[in-house]
Write a protein that binds this ligand. Structure first.
Ligand SMILES: Nc1ncnc2c1ncn2[C@@H]1O[C@H](COP(=O)(O)OP(=O)(O)OP(=O)(O)O)[C@@H](O)[C@H]1O
Ligand SMILES: [Mg+2]
Length: 285
């Protein structure tokens, strides 16, 4: 069976996209035993470093097992690489998550987008054609490993990127993490239109586009009222992720393998609830 595909995306930066990807991926791999592939589409490489740690990330990078390599072959040519050979296996520091794999990104990834645009525009592709081409390459990659995974999660960069556009156009679901504040809520209105269009192209309905409240501060009256407005206006996860030092600390990889509870402390419970709601929404229960 083909894996579920989900893009975690928001044009706004720093809203918890990469953290959400890491938490969901680890909990589903460790607690639910699902086979999860994380694909990092962000040259900042945050989720790559969070999930695989700096040493392993460096090794994978040196070995050319990167998203750059996958797209490089289509932009610059050269020796063909199979997508499955580029995947880093069992990346997490969570003991019971051997089935969590990832395709890392590197800071150089941003040059590939520029080169791809320059080359394919010279060849006569327009923007829609470019997106289709990148989407097609991403689709082909997922199809080539489809049987090996239950879930593929794309961590998208902030701002606008052709790769993020391609990912949302090929994903079955779109998850938009957001902080409950005024400017973040305004940002969702604008971005959501883009997401709706991506869904409509495949005759999917809007109920595949979800918002997740992140970094929620309990004693913050603005967060309270903005969260309520988000719930009125969008399809919002019941679970909201609190602002938590433990979640921020968990971003740092540990040389000592650990359990979900050791890694996330008291916040492990909310991460399990988030992963549980996520599995129901994507239909993986
Ligand atoms: N629930 C949380 N509680 C505390 N800190 C958090 C939480 N979620 C994320 N953070 C912290 O906030 C910062 C931004 O989070 P993250 O990198 O996940 O956001 P992002 O949306 O992926 O950012 P970017 O747009 O740069 O890719 C990081 O330092 C992260 O550790
Ligand atoms: Mg990020």
């Amino acid at each position: 069976m083909a894996p579920r595909t989900v893009s975690v995306v928001n044009m706004k930066g720093g809203v918890g996209k990469s953290t959400t990807v890491a938490c969901i991926a680890e909990s589903l791999a460790a607690d639910a035993g699902l086979r999860v592939l994380v694909i990092d589409l962000d040259p900042q490489s945050n989720v790559s470093m969070m999930l695989s740690g700096l040493d392993r990330w460096g090794d994978l990078r040196e070995n050319g097992q990167t998203i750059d390599t996958y797209f490089n072959q289509y932009v610059y040519g050269g020796e063909p690489k199979f997508f499955h050979e580029l995947i880093g296996r069992s990346v997490s520091d969570i003991t019971s998550a051997p089935n969590l794999d990832m395709l890392i990104s590197t800071p150089e990834f941003r040059y590939i987008e520029r080169e791809a645009l320059a080359k394919w525009v010279r060849q006569g592709f327009d923007i829609e054609g470019l997106k289709r081409k990148l989407g097609g390459l991403t689709n082909a990659a997922i199809e080539s490993v489809g049987d090996s995974y239950d879930l593929v999660l794309f961590d998208c960069p902030p701002g606008i990127s052709m790769f993020a556009e391609a990912a949302i156009e090929m994903s079955e679901f779109i998850l938009i993490p957001t902080i409950p504040d005024f400017v973040s809520r305004l940002g969702i209105f604008a971005f959501r239109k883009r997401a709706v269009r991506a869904m409509e192209q495949r005759r999917f309905t809007e109920d595949r586009i979800w918002t997740l409240i992140t970094k929620f501060e309990q004693a913050n009256a603005l967060h309270e009222s903005e969260a309520a407005l988000l719930r009125d206006q969008f399809n919002v996860f019941d679970v909201q992720v609190p602002q938590s030092e433990e979640i921020a600390r968990a971003a740092q990889w540990s040389d000592q393998p650990r359990s979900i509870d050791q890694k996330y402390g008291q916040s492990a419970q909310v991460i399990r609830l988030l992963a549980g709601e996520f599995t129901e929404r994507v239909g993986l229960v």
